[in-house]
Ligand binder design. Structure first.
Ligand SMILES: Nc1ncnc2c1ncn2[C@@H]1O[C@H](COP(=O)(O)OP(=O)(O)OP(=O)(O)O)[C@@H](O)[C@H]1O
Ligand SMILES: CC(C)(CO)[C@@H](O)C(=O)[O-]
Ligand code: BAL
Length: 285
């Protein structure tokens, strides 16, 4: 496994390869990341994983400084998973000058849900992903990049960006890896204390309940949905959570369902704080 710190180093390592398969991460790797890496190995002729905690996607009060940085453990896991190249730029390698030129994703998709509660988040994400794509894929006629469905809205924003800029990159979504109790794996799970870790699965259970209540509503769904969502929010709040949103949306555009939308076209998504930890999750209905 090779390690590239700078874009020229990365490009040199990739020069002999035809189709990079790329997994962008912020490090502190878990089995969800490693499942993407294993999938990537089947899809390209060089597997590249980036590790970069991107300041641009964090609000000033968020956890940029405390975000776990676990370089040695990450490298050991990537080596064992069969990664070929780790791209771990320093901030000055990726942002040698202030990033005044930014991506502005469609507000209809990016200013709702995560974007409502983390304003500017998807500008930060899509800007760094565009920069990472440029570092990894320039000079390549084909490539593939993999993202987890745990970050459902992020995957949609990136798909839209790639489509609208006709980048020659296939975007592949990997299923959400879960702990045995059903909690979605996430780097931020490491912030939870023992009691919170036991409680944490309740976010996914609340989403499952919302999904099954919504299916039971059948044709009455558009009228009943606000009440069902409110009930789900209150149930989590009663357990001590501070939910940002628990909602049922259309998979196609993350807008509210309309009469006639069936289960297969819907997704439940949620974000909530337990203590100081903010968790997100979703299920396709
Ligand atoms: N449980 C999971 N299953 C599958 N993919 C995942 C999972 N968790 C994260 N990913 C994916 O891994 C990639 C890198 O994510 P990231 O490094 O932010 O990890 P994370 O666990 O999502 O951390 P965070 O706590 O910041 O949300 C993203 O595409 C993300 O969707
Ligand atoms: C895609 C990403 C690596 C961009 O910083 C990040 O948002 C993440 O880890 O999901
Ligand atoms: N996995 C999403 C990255 C973030 O929360 O900043």
């Amino acid at each position: 496994m090779e390690i590239a710190r700078t874009i020229p180093e990365l490009r040199q390592l990739l020069a002999a390869h035809a189709k990079p398969a790329f997994v962008p991460t912020m490090g502190n790797l878990h089995d969800g990341h490693l499942a993407l890496v294993k999938q990537a190995r089947l899809l390209g002729d060089a597997t590249v994983v980036s590790i970069f905690v991107n300041r641009l996607q964090f609000l000033p009060h968020e956890d940029f400084d405390s975000y776990p940085r676990t370089w040695d453990a990450d490298c050991a896991k990537l080596q064992a998973a069969g990664c070929d190249i780790v791209f771990a730029p320093r901030e000055t390698d990726l942002y040698p000058e202030p990033q005044t030129f930014k991506m502005h994703p469609d507000p209809a998709l990016a200013d709702i849900l995560e974007g409502q509660f983390r304003p500017g988040f998807f500008t930060g994400v899509s800007t760094v992903v565009m920069k990472l794509f440029s570092a990894v894929f320039s000079g390549h006629a084909a490539g593939v990049a993999l993202f987890g469905q745990k970050d459902y809205q992020q995957l949609m924003v990136i798909r839209q960006m790639v489509r609208q800029f006709t980048l020659p990159i296939e975007i592949v979504g990997g299923p959400t890896c879960r702990a045995p109790d059903g909690l979605a794996l996430s780097s931020r799970n490491g912030y939870l204390n023992e009691t919170e870790r036991v409680e944490a699965v309740q976010l996914s259970l609340a989403l499952r309940t919302l999904a099954s209540d919504a299916l039971a509503a059948a044709n009455a769904l558009p009228a009943q949905l606000p009440g069902l969502e409110q009930r789900a929010l209150q149930a989590l709040a009663a357990r001590g959570w501070r939910p940002d949103y628990l909602t049922l949306r259309r998979r196609a555009d993350l807008q509210a369902p309309q009469a006639g939308d069936t289960g297969q076209s819907l997704v439940v998504l949620g974000a909530a704080r337990l203590g100081t930890t903010r968790l997100i999750d979703n299920f396709e209905v």
